[in-house]
Design a protein around this ligand. Structure first.
Ligand code: ATP
Ligand code: MG
Length: 432
């Protein structure tokens, strides 16, 4: 039989046997978000298109080429979120959270949608974890945010990510920089790709972020923003570097980083890997002091980062870093005969009520096949129940690793007996 359809290009399924990998990463991210003082925000997967046009920026690749935008039956233009910040900022503004005391620190897990050319590390549906801080312009907040991202990589044992930082200034210094860039790129305007030709007038800084080889070749010798920073932005950048230094964070200043979204100001940063090919930025972020005003709120200095979950998984694979597997079934209760089936069902329910992972046969296998299945799922202990066992109200509990057997009562204290034996021999205690 042929499947009527398959998954769309640029989308991925996470199957039951792999989902523990995601859960493990999410657990570590949740924990680091908690210790750094962030609480999770959840927002809708689609928003009014205007939110992203304004919040991400009209001159970005995301808005110009990549958004999934459609008209609803009611005639509204709606867009699947291409990133997590605009929705979070919209929700916090809409609910007046910024009036309840600053800073506001929010974390999120989101699925994002961008119509891109699918390749390794570049999907049309992908997932991000992010942190957002609103209501502080202090350089220490930038450093704290960077440390929070780094703490996740540290906990995962990733040591080859390099932290690259830059400052892209404020609208004031950027005006002078834009003029210098325009002058530089105007000399090469014939060679630029069509998109960049358009950017030349509207936002020449975007050319620095172009993925085309020719444009990035030309951009190599372009003026750098750091030479155009105003005093305030220069001071701020110094402050961020001093905080990172005092925290012992290693970084390099890369004046070429501009980031893909329009709303960034001052600090920008990326965690870049040498191990996962050309989609090498695992995490990117920075400051966006103009965003909240852009969305209709009072000016509010803000910053954040987004970390690409799929790229992080690729990186872990490429480094051979293994994610601990969840614990397997503690006890498999095999049954022979109808009475035994009913008994297995009730024993397993009692174990589960005590938060133990227990299983039994629900598809009608014979005894031999049941034991084979117990092995396949990695059951740590097994028990076979037949009419004899029910009559005597006891059975042999088998340790599936050592083959050792002990008698266990099937009466009232069955669960406590089993728990004692199980915990006594339990060796691993991973995060699950
Ligand atoms: P790139 O330059 O690779 O296109 P970007 O600047 O568009 O990245 P951001 O919008 O800053 O990326 O998103 C933050 C992170 O989300 C990226 O560093 C990356 O890890 C991840 N990411 C972005 N786009 C994709 C995608 N299409 N598929 C998978 N992950 C992505
Ligand atoms: Mg992109």
């Amino acid at each position: 039989m042929a499947l009527i359809t398959k998954k769309l290009r640029g989308t991925e399924d996470v199957l039951p046997a792999e989902s523990y990998r995601w859960q493990f990463l999410e657990e570590i991210m949740r924990e680091q978000a908690r210790v750094y003082g962030f609480a999770e925000i959840r927002t809708p997967v689609f928003e009014n298109t205007q939110l992203f046009q304004r919040g991400v920026g009209e001159t970005t690749d995301v808005v110009q080429k990549e958004m999934y935008t459609f008209d609803t039956k009611g005639g509204e233009s709606v867009t699947l979120r291409p990133e997590g910040t605009a929705g979070a900022a919209r929700a916090l503004l809409e609910h007046g959270v910024y009036n309840d005391g600053l800073p506001v620190k929010a974390s999120y897990f989101v699925s994002c949608y961008r119509y891109e050319k699918p390749q390794a590390g570049r999907l049309r549906e992908f997932h991000q974890f992010g942190l957002e801080v609103y209501g502080t312009s202090k350089p220490v907040a930038d450093a704290e945010l960077i440390c929070a991202a780094a703490s996740i990589f540290d906990r995962l044992g990733i040591d080859d990510l390099s932290l690259e930082i830059n400052s892209i200034g404020c609208p004031e210094c950027r005006a002078k920089y834009h003029a210098a860039l325009k002058e530089y790129f105007a000399e090469h305007s014939n060679e630029l790709c069509d998109t960049c030709k358009g950017r030349l007038e509207r936002n020449p800084m975007r050319i620095l972020d172009c993925k085309s080889k020719i444009c990035s070749g030309i951009a190599k010798d372009a003026p750098v923003i750091l030479d155009y920073l105003c005093d305030e932005c220069e001071e701020h950048f110094k402050g961020v570097k001093a905080c990172l230094d005092s925290a012992g964070m290693k970084y390099t200043v890369n004046p070429r980083i501009v980031r893909g979204l329009d709303y960034y100001t001052k600090t920008v940063f990326e965690f870049v890997s040498g191990s996962i090919g050309s989609q090498s930025t695992v995490c990117g972020g920075g400051r966006y002091d103009g965003l909240i005003e852009e969305l209709g709120g009072q000016p509010l200095p803000s910053l954040g980062f987004a970390l690409g979950m799929e790229r992080l998984l690729l990186l872990l694979d490429s480094k051979g870093i293994e994610i601990p597997k969840p614990e397997t079934c503690a006890l498999y209760v095999a049954a022979l005969g109808e009475n035994a089936e009913a008994k297995a069902f009730s024993l397993v329910k009692d174990l589960r009520d005590a938060s133990l992972h227990a299983q039994y046969d629900i598809v009608g296998r014979g005894l031999k096949a049941q034991m084979k299945y117990a092995n396949k799922i990695g059951a740590q202990y097994s028990l076979v129940i037949g009419d004899n066992e029910i009559e005597e109200n006891k059975a042999n509990l088998k340790n599936m690793t050592t083959g050792e057997q002990v008698e266990i009562s099937l009466g009232e204290n069955f669960v406590s007996q089993f728990t004692a034996i199980y915990l006594d021999n339990k060796t691993s205690s991973p995060i699950f």
